[in-house]
Design a protein around this ligand. Structure first.
Ligand SMILES: Cc1cc2nc3c(=O)[nH]c(=O)nc-3n(C[C@H](O)[C@H](O)[C@H](O)COP(=O)(O)OP(=O)(O)OC[C@H]3O[C@@H](n4cnc5c(N)ncnc54)[C@H](O)[C@@H]3O)c2cc1C
Ligand code: FES
Ligand code: FES
Length: 1304
């Protein structure tokens, strides 16, 4: 079927040819010549693989992370004007880019041309760590500067509602960009000026004017839009038979639809194509119709006489139109719709995703909790649906849902007017995370009520709920019930009963429980009633009717520096920050394709507890491009990637399946699309399939029932002093559970293995080079000196790339060995989440004896961790060490244990064990405070450690020195106005039944140990210009190790910082290097670098002595002439750097909506003793980033498994929610303790990467206090177990909120 069969004349239509530009360069994709580009090829892959621009990254490929954001300029078909938008390149098909002008991060600036203001600003404010999210952040911001001149700080914050950064905790990114807004705060502008000096661009060669200082302002970039971007019709027919059409008129669209429907072809209309981010398995289709150039679908009219929205206007555009409409009589309700729509998806998705697209997703998937459908049904909008140029009809959204939409098009949406003051519209979206999250339950209410006649209900109201079950829309019985009634307490009781009867939620994991969802429907109706009553509601109830509003974020950072020692201790941005902000920083998957390179995709098991019977890859082998299927029997050497650990962890399962998601093989193909497609076609057969054990509680019970409880115990740790039972006034028992956590490193696991003449070159995203080398050598049966491993940087790791990167690297190496070709394995997010172990879940059982003051006289705690299917990384031993925290441990017995489950081999995750250990003892403190009815802080201080007290995890050792916590707490109380705020919180809680505030102060002692010192550091000086190159055994993964090392080297050699460069890590220069982790590697490598520099200076000393005040360059050259080797290589012996304690105090205030369980963190003050920080901006970044990752652990991040199969159900950004910027404290103040040099640490510093994560547990107790207040009002003052993570659902349940308490 060709173009001539369309109504478009042949001269109008371009065939098999897509044109667009990227960064000003035209691309003309002739589909006959490019068989690997099809209708599902996405822009992100074209940008990276065809255009070779590796700055644009991807992580989720579902619109959920923002890493892939680029700017698109296109033409509005209705106005012919330019539209500039940030969009997700992971959702945009290449064929849909026809006529687009695309800008990637490379177009902004680089080290040669200079950097753009947006990039510079991010660098100045230390807004990059691992840098993997950075290009997406930059392009999102850049798009705002281009699309909305005169943008305000609020616009900046609103723009980042879909951008994940796992490293920074968001504050510096927001500050950086808000400082550019027209209404930037004076504080931000001042900060920007203050740090101007220290943000010298690396392109500033000596004597040159740094090019980057040339301002590039958004206003300078109004170049014309004529390169290639014009709308013209297009038709593509591929050799596969698939068709792609771009009609310009509605008539041509109908014609195409008629052709496809009558011939029975499957087709998809392509609007924003964002629906593919949610429903990934829809299709396949034989035809695609790009409808973005049809003016009729984009045409809106907003007038006082009526409001009609074009069916395919984007959600962003709908927001603008509805905002306008809200000015007109009868349409004020659209302002509330705007507020709701701003919480649908995120800005880049809303910039592409359309109203009709969303509605059709609801049409195809009734379970989808569409906010658009819900809003339109609530206000009785009409959808105009056309099936031919002459046949259109209006339908309600509900009628549309029943309609056969084959061959039909949603043309437009008409909104009715509701004139007069009696209409009351309200909508809600209750979610696990405030931004970019689909609803647990969404709701729309439209009431016509006369407040002056006892709130008489004038018409049948509309009450709609989403998220209940696939069929549910209207609470029809309750709507009827209200008819003719007065809104009063009695009516309300009846309405709640009615809802109770008609709301029957389904239960499909990982959705929230039916009880919660039903409870929400009642609570939301109650909120509406309170809203209608307004000032006439009882004062104590009134605030229950309001949503929690959020203001702009504020941040303050306080620390000491020492200018006399600069560049050491100098607050500078990370060395790599500019290259990260420009996309020039190279990550493993950015390494350009090798000749004949292949791609490997894992095949994972789909059951959690079985024997492997057979694998049939025959169908997969038929997929064009597939070259091999590699499995356990193809491994020439050892099938074990845990050779440094006691127990075996197979690279590919050979007999037993121990968890769902376990790799059974790797499909290898010439391209990644073929590899991923073929992996789905491998059939795995199992024998003896058993129910999986997924929960640590079940696992322990099983062991206990089998009489094997003893085997779970790893150690018994007792304090030297016996319990003083005679002093025990009461004994408390309890349990405390902590969930797992997915690391969510933005760069997924990736490895490239290239067979070479001497063995294999390996590029691996690993924290543990030595292990990758050894495991590959063992797997291939090669010697270790045959394996050359190199690591430039990681895009985040947080512990996940210690042991687990070796599995990916080893599988990749086996494939390279079998095929004798270079192989790349880069996991997609879902595989990464299903296959790789996570932070270990914990279960603790405790029994604590206390005196009347709450002092602990005896404590027994069994701390069980769940290491997954194998106990190689059972972190409860670390938990035991840290559980003492800052408390006196007399009469304590701590028993760390482990209990296996059918989940992946869990692994270290930032602050492993320490997080849980500290949280456990703090939970016990809370329990004690409840029992003795005292302020928890008082109880904590009663139990504080004193000099001479035993350190229970280090037998024979005592706590020496002073406990600085009382002073730290006193200072914090003053700086944070604690006493006044506490009074305010108490009064607030007394006066408000349905909103509660919680305050918690939590202290911490974190014992910093050095587990490993094997970090060789190599320093080389070049005689021609005296510049210095360093390579070390640590891995740069965002923590700023290279920046600190360069500062130490420059300081020690007395050179300016720009003389020093840090090179990638490799196993030739740094053989046998230890694990980068445990927060201490930066310190250890800094020390090793210091020593190497001292050795170098010692070699140069005689020459320097002779040349006295000659400049460094001349001395270096003279050394060279005398044959002095200008290198030094140092590795410390174990124990050179002594352990010490890190102290901290956290104060958190929260505001909780007791009716829904939603909350916000009003303010957090974090005080950490970081010694004398080697690089304060880097350390502030570590503190903020770790703290926010901890907030995720305790609140938003919940792992849910299928109880039948053991499959992880929260396996992407749609279901697994790491914190976004609205989840961080609205006011976040970080202080690094002043005047606190560390006598033991490296150059007086302390580690910062992990302790702040332990401090984040304060959020749990702040929420707890708010809940306690609500429970008191509900008549319950009992102790209640509160586990982490605590979700809105948990908060709602623990608050004992029930309809019986809802009075007006
Ligand atoms: C990360 C993410 C988060 C999201 N969060 C939310 C959320 O919180 N709440 C919510 O409600 N939604 C959410 N969504 C869904 C989002 O709103 C939709 O993806 C978007 O609106 C779909 O529009 P589109 O233009 O991209 O549709 P497309 O993906 O292009 O098309 C979707 C379907 O609609 C059909 N279609 C498109 N236009 C028409 C038309 N005019 N007539 C007939 N059929 C048509 C297509 O054939 C296709 O079947 C989210 C999506 C993503 C990716
Ligand atoms: S990769 Fe595109 S949004 Fe995550
Ligand atoms: S810097 Fe943002 S994810 Fe690492």
């Amino acid at each position: 079927m060709g173009a001539e069969q369309s109504s478009l004349s042949a001269s109008d239509i371009r065939q098999n040819n897509v044109t667009f530009s990227i960064n000003g360069k035209d691309y003309n994709v002739k589909t006959e010549n490019e068989p690997d580009i099809g209708p599902t090829t996405l822009l992100v892959d074209f940008i990276r693989d065809k255009a070779g621009l590796k700055g644009t990254k991807y992580v989720c490929r579902e619109g959920g992370c923002g890493a892939c954001v680029v700017m698109v300029k296109s033409r509005d078909p209705t106005t012919e004007s330019d539209m500039i938008r940030a969009v997700n390149s992971c959702l945009l098909p290449v064929f849909a880019c026809d006529g687009y002008e695309i800008s990637t991060v490379e177009s902004l600036g680089n080290r040669k041309e200079g950097y753009h203001d947006v990039q510079k600003q991010l660098v100045k404010f230390s807004g990059t760590q691992c840098g993997f999210c950075t290009p997406g952040m930059v392009m999102n911001m850049y798009s705002l500067t281009r699309s909305k001149p005169g943008y305000k700080a609020q616009d900046v914050e609103d723009t980042f509602d879909g951008s994940i950064c796992r490293c920074t905790g968001y504050r510096p990114i927001l500050d950086a960009f808000k400082s550019m807004a027209v209404d930037a705060s004076e504080e931000l502008k001042r900060k920007c000026a203050d740090i101007e000096d220290c943000s010298k661009c690396p392109c500033a060669a000596k004597g040159d004017v740094p090019k980057c200082l040339k301002p590039v302002t958004p206003g300078d970039e109004n170049e014309s839009f004529e390169t290639c971007c014009s709308n013209s019709a297009m038709y593509i027919k591929l050799t596969t038979g698939e068709e792609w059409l771009k009609p310009l008129t509605l008539e041509s669209l109908y014609e195409a639809l008629e052709r496809f429907t009558s011939s029975g072809m499957t087709y998809r209309l392509v609007a924003g194509n964002t629906g593919t981010g949610v429903f990934k398995n829809d299709g396949p289709y034989q035809a695609y119709i790009d409808i973005n150039s049809i003016p009729e679908l984009k045409q809106s009219t907003v007038q006082s006489t009526g409001v009609t929205l074009g069916g395919n206007i984007t959600i962003s555009s709908a927001i603008e139109q509805l905002q306008k409409a809200s000015e007109f009589d009868g349409y004020s309700y659209t302002a509330a719709m705007v507020k709701h729509l701003k919480r649908v998806a995120n800005v880049p998705v809303r910039n592409a995703g359309t109203l009709a697209g969303n509605l059709m997703m609801k049409h195809a998937h009734r379970e989808f909790p569409s906010d658009i459908f819900l809003l339109l049904e609530t206000v009785a909008a009409k959808l105009k649906i056309g099936s031919s140029p002459t046949l259109t009809r209006d339908y309600s959204p509900l009628e549309f849902r029943q309609l056969d939409m084959k061959g039909k098009v949603i043309l437009s949406i008409q909104l009715p007017a509701y004139r007069g003051n009696e209409y009351f519209f309200r909508s809600f979206k209750i979610t696990r995370r405030h931004q970019n999250a689909h609803a647990y339950v969404n709701a729309g209410f439209l009431f016509k009520v006369d407040p002056n006649r006892n709130f008489s209900v004038r018409d049948k109201p509309t009450i709609c709920f989403g998220g209940i079950n696939p069929e549910f829309v209207h609470a029809a019985a309750t709507e009827m019930y209200f008819l003719g009634k007065f809104l009063n307490a009695a009516t309300l009781t009846g309405a709640f009963d009615s809802l109770q009867r008609e709301i029957i939620p389904n239960h499909i994991l990982p959705d929230a429980t039916p009880e919660y969802r039903r409870g929400l429907t009642q609570a939301l109706l109650y909120k509406v009633m309170l809203g209608i009553y307004g000032e006439r509601a009882k004062a104590i109830n009134r605030s229950g009717g309001n949503d929690i509003e959020r203001s702009l974020h504020y941040g303050k950072q306080t620390y000491d520096t020492d200018p006399s020692q600069y560049p050491l201790y100098q607050p500078i941005p990370k060395l790599e920050a500019y290259t990260q902000a420009s996309g020039e920083a190279e990550y493993v998957n950015d390494i350009h394709q090798q000749q004949d390179e292949l791609f490997g995709a894992f095949v994972l098991s789909t059951v959690g507890n079985a024997s492997l019977k057979e694998i049939d890859a025959s169908e997969a082998m038929l997929v064009p491009g597939v070259t091999a299927f590699v499995k356990a029997s193809d491994i020439p050497g050892v099938n074990n990637y845990a050779i440094f650990y006691p127990e075996k962890e197979e690279i590919f399962a050979s007999e037993k399946i121990r968890f769902a998601g376990q790799p059974v093989g790797l499909v290898v193909a010439t391209n990644k699309e073929a590899a991923f497609a073929a992996a789905k076609k491998v059939t795995v057969m199992y024998d003896n399939v058993q129910p999986p054990i997924l929960d640590i509680h079940d696992s322990i019970t099983l062991a206990e029932n089998a009489g094997k409880a003893e085997e779970l115990i790893l150690q018994i740790c007792k304090s030297p002093e016996e319990p003083r039972t005679e002093k025990v006034a009461q004994t408390l028992t309890g349990e405390f559970r902590i969930g797992g956590q997915y690391h969510f490193h933005m760069e997924t696991h990736v490895s490239i293995c290239i067979p070479t003449e001497d063995g294999m070159d390996v590029f691996s995203a690993t924290q543990f080079v030595d292990s990758v080398q050894a495991v590959i050598a063992a797997a291939l049966g090669m010697t270790n000196n045959s394996i050359n491993v190199s690591v430039r940087r990681l895009g985040g790791a947080y512990g996940a790339k210690i042991s687990k990167s070796t599995q990916v690297a080893a599988a990749c190496a086996v494939a390279a060995h079998v095929t004798n070709k270079p192989v790349r394995v880069a996991l997609d997010l879902e595989t990464n989440m299903r296959m790789i172990g996570k932070r270990l879940p914990y279960l603790t059982k405790y029994e604590v004896g206390i005196d009347n003051d709450g002092k602990i006289e005896s404590l027994k705690a069994q701390i069980f961790c769940d290491p997954g299917y194998v106990a190689n990384e059972a972190t409860s031993l670390f938990a035991m060490v840290c559980a003492q925290s800052c408390y006196r441990a007399a009469g304590w017995q701590i028993t760390p244990g482990k209990s296996l489950t059918n989940t992946p081999a869990n692994t270290y995750c930032r602050a492993p064990g320490s997080t849980q250990g500290i949280a456990i003892i703090e939970t016990i403190m809370e329990h004690i405070a409840w029992a003795v009815k005292k302020d928890p802080l008082e109880v904590r201080m009663t139990n504080f450690i004193q000099p001479g007290d035993p350190l229970i995890a280090v037998p024979g050792h005592k706590f020496e020195g002073d406990n600085p916590l009382p002073n730290m707490i006193a200072e914090l109380k003053t700086s944070a106005d604690y006493d006044d705020r506490k009074k305010f919180v108490d009064t607030f809680n007394m006066n408000n039944r349905w909103k509660k505030r919680g305050l918690a102060i939590v202290p911490m002692r974190y014992p910093q140990h050095y587990y490993d010192s094997k970090f060789p550091t190599y320093v080389a000086v070049y005689h021609t210009d005296g510049t210095v190159a360093v390579s070390h055994g640590g891995i740069e993964m965002g923590q700023g190790i290279n920046t600190k090392v360069a500062q130490v080297v420059a300081h020690t050699l007395k050179l300016p910082l720009d003389k020093v460069k840090v090179k990638p890590t490799n196993n030739l220069v740094s053989p046998n290097a230890g694990v980068t982790g445990g927060a201490c590697t930066s310190e250890l490598v800094a020390h090793s670098a210091l020593k190497a520099c001292e050795e170098l200076l010692a070699k140069m000393a005689p020459v320097k002595e002779e040349m006295k005040d000659e400049p460094w360059e001349k001395i270096v050259h003279a050394c060279y002439m005398q044959g002095i080797q200008l290198t030094a290589h140092h590795q410390d012996k174990a124990g050179v750097v002594k352990p010490y304690d890190v102290w901290g105090v956290t104060l958190i205030e929260v505001l909780v909506d007791i009716l829904t369980g939603e909350y916000k963190i009003v303010r957090a003050d974090v005080v950490e003793d970081a010694g004398k920080s080697l690089s304060p901006e880097v350390d502030i970044g570590q503190i903020e980033g770790a703290f926010v990752m901890g907030l995720g652990l305790w609140t938003t991040e919940k792992l849910v498994y299928d109880t039948n199969t053991g499959e992880l159900l929260t396996n992407g950004t749609w279901e697994y929610k790491v914190p976004l910027h609205m989840d961080i404290p609205e006011d976040l103040r970080i202080t690094m303790l002043r005047n606190a040099p560390n006598p033991f640490g490296v150059l007086a510093s302390k580690a910062t990467g992990e302790p702040p994560l332990c401090m984040s547990v304060a959020i749990l107790f702040a929420i707890r206090h708010a809940i306690e207040e609500a429970r008191k009002n509900a008549g319950n003052t009992e102790w209640f177990q509160m586990d982490g993570p605590v979700t809105p659902e948990d908060i709602h349940a623990m608050s004992l909120t029930s309809k019986e308490q809802f009075d007006l």
